[in-house]
Design a protein around this ligand. Structure first.
Ligand code: GLY
Length: 336
C-alpha cells in the first residue's frame, strides 16, 4: 500500500521488503540506518532528543531514554510524567519501562514524586538484580539513586481532578482525558496534545534496538492501578534478533493479550511490522467486540532491519518517525 511504500522510501529501502523469517531479520551489520519511531506526535520533541543521541553515535538505549524524558518533563502533557492526571484519590503515579536488544529490562510502576520514571526504570535495569520495582520501594530506590522528589500534581491537573470528582461517582473510565471536559483549551478530543503513553523505539548505527515506554496511566484510575506500560511484553517488548514493539491505549486490553510480545512474535513468524500490529489489534477487538467503539489501542513496531509500521483500533492514531532523511508524522491505518 502507498503508506508502506512511503515508509520504505523514507528508510532508504527502495523496494517492498518481503516478510522476513527470523533468521533473515537478525544480525544487522554495524552501519545500518538509525531510526526512531514513537507513538503519537512526539516528532519535534521526544524523537528530536532521541535523534540527537543517535546522530552522535549514541546507543539506542540512550536515545529512547533521552526521548522519553522530554514529555515526562512537560507539565502540559497530562498523560506522562509531571502534570499527568492523578488517580481518583489525587495521586499522580507513573509507570515506565526500558528494554534493550539483549533483553535487559527495567521497570517501575506506581512511582510517585519523581519526574523521570524512565530513568529510574533504567537504574533498576542497570543497578539491581530485579526488573520491576513498585510504589514506595521504587520511590526509595529512586531517592537513594539521587533523583529529586517533586510534587507532580500541577494546578491544572488538580483542577481537572476536582472537576472530575463533581460528577464521576468515583468511577474510573477509560480515555476520560480525551473527553471534551478535560481537553486542553482549543484542543479537539483525541488531538495532538491529548494523547496517552509515549512508547519510543530506536535502532542505532550498531544495529541495536531499544525501547522505552512511560505514562501516568489512565486518568482518575483506581489507586494502585498499573497499566501495560511498565510490563515487559505488554506495553513494550524488544528482541534484538527480531524487532521491538510498543503500545498505547487502554492498558488492560493490552495486558490481556501480552500485546507488544504478540507483535514481536508475529514479526518473528514473518509478518511485516504493520501486519503484526494489525493482528494484535484484531485479537483485542475479537476478544471484546464492544471495544471497537469505546476504547483505543494501538501498536507501533520496528523490525531489526529498520522496517516499521503501526496499526490502531480507532482512527486518529499517528506515530512519528525520525531518520537521517528527516522527521515525519504518519497516520496509522485502523480497524474502524
Ligand atoms: N497505556 C497506558 C495505560 O493504560 O496505563
Amino acid at each position: 500500500m502507498p503508506l508502506r511504500r512511503d515508509f520504505l522510501r523514507l528508510l532508504g529501502l527502495t523496494a517492498a521488503l518481503p516478510a522476513l523469517p527470523a533468521a533473515a531479520a537478525s544480525g544487522i551489520a554495524p552501519g545500518s540506518q538509525p531510526v526512531v519511531v514513537s507513538t503519537w506526535n512526539f516528532g519535534e520533541t521526544a524523537n528530536a532528543a532521541a535523534w540527537q543521541v543517535l546522530e552522535s553515535r549514541g546507543s539506542a538505549l540512550d536515545a529512547v531514554e533521552a526521548g522519553a524524558r522530554v514529555p515526562e518533563a512537560d507539565p502540559d502533557n497530562h498523560s506522562v510524567g509531571l502534570g499527568g492526571y492523578p488517580d481518583r484519590d489525587g495521586h499522580v503515579t507513573l509507570d515506565a519501562c526500558v528494554m534493550d536488544h539483549l533483553g535487559n529490562l527495567g521497570s517501575v510502576a506506581c512511582l510517585e514524586e519523581i519526574v523521570h520514571a524512565v530513568s529510574v526504570a533504567r537504574r533498576v535495569m542497570e543497578k539491581t538484580p530485579h526488573v520491576l520495582l513498585v510504589g514506595e520501594g521504587a520511590l526509595q530506590f529512586a531517592l537513594a539513586e539521587g533523583f529529586e522528589r517533586q510534587d507532580l500534581l500541577t494546578p491544572e491537573a488538580a483542577a481537572a481532578w476536582r472537576q472530575w470528582q463533581e460528577t464521576a461517582e468515583y468511577r474510573p473510565q477509560p480515555n476520560i482525558e480525551r473527553s471534551n471536559r478535560y481537553r486542553m483549551p482549543g484542543e479537539l478530543p483525541g488531538g495532538e496534545t491529548n494523547h496517552d503513553t509515549i512508547g519510543i523505539l530506536a535502532l542505532d548505527g550498531a544495529g541495536h534496538l531499544a525501547g522505552a515506554c512511560t505514562t501516568s496511566g489512565m486518568a482518575f484510575k483506581m489507586r494502585g492501578r498499573v497499566g501495560d506500560s511498565p510490563i515487559s511484553g505488554a506495553g513494550l517488548f524488544v528482541d534484538g534478533e527480531v524487532g521491538a514493539a510498543t503500545a498505547t491505549g487502554v492498558g488492560e486490553e493490552c495486558l490481556r493479550i501480552c500485546g507488544s510480545h504478540t507483535v514481536v512474535e508475529l514479526m518473528r513468524h514473518g509478518r511485516s511490522p504493520e501486519q503484526a500490529c494489525r493482528e494484535a489489534v484484531e485479537r483485542i477487538a475479537r476478544r471484546h467486540p464492544a471495544s471497537r467503539d469505546d476504547l483505543q489501542m494501538a501498536f507501533v513496531a520496528l523490525r531489526s532491519d529498520g522496517a516499521l509500521g503501526g496499526y490502531s483500533l480507532q482512527p486518529g492514531f499517528n506515530f512519528a518517525i525520525r531518520t537521517a532523511s528527516g522527521s515525519r508524522l504518519v497516520e496509522a491505518p485502523s480497524l474502524r
